[in-house]
Ligand binder design. Sequence first.
Ligand SMILES: NC(=O)c1ccc[n+]([C@@H]2O[C@H](COP(=O)([O-])OP(=O)(O)OC[C@H]3O[C@@H](n4cnc5c(N)ncnc54)[C@H](O)[C@@H]3O)[C@@H](O)[C@H]2O)c1
Length: 484
Amino acid sequence: MTQTAVETPLQVLEHEPYLQVTWRDTQTPARGFVVIDQLVTGIATGGLRMRPGCTVNEVGELAREMTLKMGAFGIHVGGAKGGIDFDSADPRAEEVRERFLQAVRPLLERFWVTAGDLGTQQEQLDRAFSRVGIDETSLHAAVVRAPDGAEVRSRIRQAFNTRTEGLKLSELVGGYGVAEAALAALEHRDIPAETARAVVQGFGAMGGSTALYLARAGVKIVGITDAQGLILNETRGLDVELLLSARTTGGVIDRSALRDDDMECPGDSWLSQDVDVLVPAAVSYTITADNCDQIRGKLVVEAANVPTTPEAEQRLLERGVTVVPDFIANTGAAAGAWWVILGEVVSPSGACSRLSAQIRPLVQDLMNRADETGTSMRTAGVQFAKENSQRLIREYGGAVAFRDLFPSTPQGLQFTEGDEGPATGLSHASDVADIAEAVIHSPNAAFPGAVDVVDVSLETGREPNGAACPAYWPGPADPDSAQS
Ligand SMILES: NC(=O)c1ccc[n+]([C@@H]2O[C@H](COP(=O)([O-])OP(=O)(O)OC[C@H]3O[C@@H](n4cnc5c(N)ncnc54)[C@H](O)[C@@H]3O)[C@@H](O)[C@H]2O)c1
């Protein structure tokens, strides 16, 4: 059976998405979108957001970013995203979300592994999945592919419910990865962490843990902004743990907790602080051509999605400021979740160890490539991610491959007592986790070495197992007959 998806190699940022769906609600003005940018092993991953004004273009861009993230980290899964144009604060939001899930259910059953995103918390999404009768988890499409779904479910439950230093997997690993990316970039620029100064915009899931782990590594966090403004302490730096304990669930710091010499300043003054590293961890398009010349530091490490406009990034490149792009720096949460799903790690701190081992050489390799070629790290990273995606499609199949998502045998499992903390940063995580960690050193890990660019079509000749196939699957049912 021939399934033709694209004729040309993966053209991340330029290619048409593999699949684009628009949904119209029958009971409210809500509209919803799913974009599957790229399938790898017949599956794609990306969150579901809900916000007024959400468009199919926005969802498409984010789906492409997911392809880049998975490619850059060598995870054999494609990129996707969902979006609903509706106010998540509206009392009808939950029912709208459920009708949307029902409408796109065939995708959720098999192809699209989704998760919480802007305006949609993971718990809300899992509840909605249960109510429409798909599963207890939004990760369903991955779970049903496992040889032992119960084991995967229990692994997901344990890892996602474990708190490390009070933080859940989603709150911990993302920011930890950003901190590791920043530390690797500092090292590359010969700036010791102990002398480095940083400012972080945003103090939510990403900004909070980024600031925490940078501070743990010795970086002086001189400024943190939240939606109410900048808190600054240029002399002795901020007490990040104190501020975390004074943080509301909305990521706003209770000002009554500030020390006498902590100052309150306007939010937009975060950009002009005398620091080595700036971490945008709040909103998109915050660094623009109009304000980027205020930046005095040498590094911008993107925790938020698309915080720097292309014009600003070009200008910063010309000024010798390195931007560590979002799809490298902020992929920790998505990668960590996938490593848990695939059984490559079984706890948040295990995910941190794995992330550290992967992101540090990746950042330094991409900085080398960018320096050597005079391009931005984003350009070097996009090329690397594209090459990796093509390799993954070649090895695991693209649009119709429906196997090899999980390793068939758990060979390579290495059990250790507790989690091995990485060399820097997460010193306390290893003290907290008390479960045995299994880390499979999988062949899927990203590899910083050069990869031959190959011309890959999504045709693979592999088919799903017929018995497990839902009725809407378009291909033949006999897996052996289709094996090339
Ligand atoms: N949470 C994740 O797993 C994850 C993963 C990858 C990327 N991201 C991206 O990181 C960014 C932050 O996500 P999050 O999950 O930490 O959000 P969050 O809602 O937990 O926190 C947002 C923080 O930004 C602050 N903020 C809001 N508007 C601001 C403004 N104008 N100026 C300064 N601060 C402002 C809020 O007060 C809060 O502290 C988003 O772009 C998101 O898409 C998040």
